[in-house]
Design a binder for this molecule. Structure first.
Ligand code: ZN
Length: 108
């Protein structure tokens, strides 16, 4: 079963990850990555949303994926700056750069 959690708040985002059992270097890495996207989006005047999609099998948590959603992000330069904000952009972050035209909602 898939659960989708969204919040505009970094503290709630961290709490959600901890609730899912994400700890230690995994948590640090995840937070550093998404916070970099999030803070860059804020600095450029957007209202980013943090999202965590988790999968449960028989009630037991087994996997998650987090991302930052930025609505109304169409400025190619802003997309580039936000996508490449983390020290180690993900494969998805680089893919977003290839789809720069006609994006209404960017998922990083
Ligand atoms: Zn990313």
């Amino acid at each position: 079963m898939e659960e989708i959690y969204t919040t505009p708040n970094l503290v709630d985002f961290e709490i959600k990850l901890r609730e899912l059992g994400v700890r230690g270097s995994s948590l640090e890495r995840e937070l550093a990555h998404e916070v970099a996207h999030f803070n860059k989006a804020i600095a450029l005047g957007y209202n980013p949303i943090l999202r965590v999609i988790s999968n449960h099998l028989g009630g037991e948590f087994f996997d998650y994926m987090s991302s930052v959603l930025v609505s109304n992000l169409t400025n190619p330069n802003h997309i580039r700056l936000i996508a490449l904000a983390p020290k180690n952009p993900s494969m998805n972050d680089f893919l977003v750069l290839n789809e720069i035209s006609n994006i209404k909602n960017t998922n990083l």
